[in-house]
Design a protein around this ligand. Structure first.
Ligand code: SF4
Length: 429
C-alpha cells in the first residue's frame, strides 16, 4: 500500500503563489446582483422547498427576469410584496405574512421546506424574519420546516444568497457521531453525481451532500464530519459547520483537470485512500479532461484576462485559466477574499496579477481600459458598454448557471472563455 502525498510533484509552482500577495481593497460603488438570484438555482436542487421572498415589486421582477421563461404550473418561489402601507408601518406585516404562508401551505401540500427570504425593503422596515420563521415552524412542524435568510442587496452579492441559505439550515441539522464526508454546495445534479461517483470509487466511506435533495434525506453533523466545499462562496456555511464540530478540508476547487484532481486528492488523503487506487480511479477522466481543455487552450494561450468581482469564483477560475490554459491574469477581483476558503487556489495562482477585493467600479473600469485585456469577465451591466469599447467580455453569471465543475465539464469550462475570443476574431475578419 502506498500513501498519497499532500504536495504532489505535479503541483510544483514555477513562481510563488498569491497567498501572501498584497490585496487592493476597495469600498466604493459595486455592480453586482443581489443574493435573491441564488433562488434560481437553489429551487432546482431542492424540489420540495419553496422560497418566499418578502420584498417589493422590484424583487419580484428580478426573480422573474432572472428565471427567464421558467414559468411553472406550480412555481417553487414567489414574492410576498410589501405594499406602501406595510412600508409605512400602517399594517402588521407579521399578520399578513402569516396569512400568506397559511394560504400557500394549504394549497401546496408538496412543500416541506419553506425559506422566508429577506430583501432590501424587509430589512429597511426591520421585519424580523427570524422571529417569523420560529413562529411559523411551531405552527407547521413537523410537516414543514420554516427557515429564513437574507438575500438583500444591502447585505449580499449574488452568490452569497446560497451561502446564507445553506448556513441557515446548519443549526437545525441533527447531531451525529458518524464518520462522513460532506460535500457542501448546490451543484447541478449531473455534476454532483459524477463527483460522488468518483468519491465512492475511491472508497471514501460515507458521502453526504448539503443541501439534501429532499427534507427526508438524512443528514446529521458532528465531530466526525469532515467537509469539502464545492463552491468558493460558502464561507458562512463553512463557519456554521465548524461551529457544529465539523472540520473543513482545504482544497483547490474542482475547476479543470488539476483542480478536480486536487479536490479529490484532499478527500483521499483525509480518508487514507491508497495512492494506487487514486491513480486507477482518476487516470482515465484526467486524460479526457486534459484532452478537452487542450482544444480550447489553443485559443486561450497567452491571452490576458481581467476579472471584475462578481461570483467569488474568480480566484479558482484564474488559477485554472493561468495554469491549465496558459492565460495571463492581469487583475483578479473578488467581492471577498477568504483565505480560509480560497487559500489553496491562491497558493497555485502564479504571482503577478493585481488581487482586488470589493469594488470601486469607476476606478476598476479605468484600470481595465488602461490594461486593454484580451478578455474581461464581468457582470451583465458592464459587459455591453465594454463590448462597445472593443473589449471581448464573458458574463460572470454564466459561470454560475452552467455546469463547470469536474473532469467531464473541464473542456466546456475552457470553451466558455474561448468562445468570446473566437467571436471577436471572427468579427474582425
Ligand atoms: S433585494 Fe434589494 S437589490 Fe435585490 S431585487 Fe430586491 S430591492 Fe433590489
Amino acid at each position: 500500500m502506498s500513501v498519497l502525498a499532500p504536495t504532489p510533484s505535479g503541483l510544483a509552482l514555477k513562481s510563488p503563489g498569491c497567498r501572501d500577495a498584497p490585496v487592493l481593497k476597495e469600498r466604493g460603488q459595486r455592480e453586482v446582483f443581489c443574493g435573491l438570484t441564488g433562488i434560481i438555482w437553489l429551487h432546482r436542487k431542492m424540489p420540495d422547498a419553496f422560497f418566499l421572498v418578502v420584498g417589493s415589486r422590484t424583487c419580484a421582477h428580478l426573480l422573474q427576469s432572472a428565471a427567464g421563461v421558467m414559468i411553472f404550473a406550480e412555481p417553487r418561489f414567489g414574492t410576498a410584496i410589501l405594499e406602501e402601507q406595510d412600508l409605512a408601518g400602517l399594517a402588521d406585516a407579521h399578520d399578513e405574512l402569516d396569512r400568506e404562508v397559511e394560504r400557500l401551505l394549504s394549497r401546496r401540500p408538496d412543500i416541506r421546506r419553506l425559506f422566508l427570504v429577506g430583501s432590501c425593503p424587509s430589512e429597511v422596515i426591520k421585519l424580523d424574519l427570524t422571529r417569523a420563521a420560529e413562529r411559523l415552524t411551531q405552527r407547521f412542524a413537523p410537516r414543514v420546516a420554516v427557515q429564513n435568510y437574507s438575500g438583500s442587496g444591502i447585505e449580499t452579492t449574488f452568490t452569497q444568497g446560497e451561502d446564507a441559505c445553506l448556513a441557515s439550515m446548519v443549526p437545525d441539522l441533527p447531531s451525529t457521531e458518524a464518520e462522513q464526508l460532506l460535500v457542501v454546495g448546490a451543484l447541478p445534479d449531473v455534476v454532483e453525481d459524477q463527483l460522488l461517483g468518483l468519491l465512492r470509487d475511491l472508497g471514501v466511506p460515507s458521502v453526504k451532500v448539503l443541501p439534501t435533495r429532499t427534507a427526508d434525506d438524512e443528514l446529521g453533523i458532528g465531530p466526525n464530519t469532515r467537509f469539502l466545499l464545492a463552491q468558493p462562496f460558502l464561507g458562512d456555511t463553512a463557519a456554521a459547520l465548524s461551529r457544529r464540530g465539523a472540520r473543513h478540508i482545504p482544497a483547490p476547487f474542482a475547476f479543470g483537470e488539476e483542480g478536480t484532481t486536487e479536490w479529490l486528492r484532499a478527500a483521499a488523503i483525509e480518508f487514507a485512500v491508497d495512492a494506487a487506487v487514486f491513480e486507477r480511479v482518476t487516470a482515465a477522466p484526467r486524460a479526457r479532461a486534459r484532452k478537452a481543455i487542450a482544444a480550447a487552450a489553443e485559443t486561450l494561450c497567452d491571452k490576458s484576462i481581467f476579472f471584475f468581482p462578481d461570483s467569488q469564483l474568480e480566484i479558482p477560475l484564474a488559477r485554472f485559466l493561468a495554469r491549465e490554459c496558459g492565460m495571463r491574469p492581469i487583475e483578479v477581483g473578488a467581492p471577498f477574499i477568504h483565505k480560509g476558503v480560497v487559500g489553496s487556489d491562491l497558493d497555485l495562482l502564479p504571482y503577478g496579477p493585481t488581487l482586488s477585493e470589493g469594488q470601486d467600479v469607476d476606478k476598476q473600469l479605468d484600470r481595465c481600459r488602461a490594461a486593454r485585456p484580451d478578455l474581461t469577465v464581468c457582470g451583465l451591466g458592464l459587459a455591453n458598454p465594454l463590448e462597445a469599447e472593443g473589449l471581448a467580455t464573458k458574463w460572470a453569471i454564466e459561470l454560475v448557471f452552467t455546469p463547470v465543475h469536474g473532469y467531464e465539464q473541464a473542456g466546456d469550462l475552457a470553451q466558455l472563455f474561448a468562445r468570446p475570443l473566437r467571436r471577436r476574431e471572427a468579427l474582425r475578419l
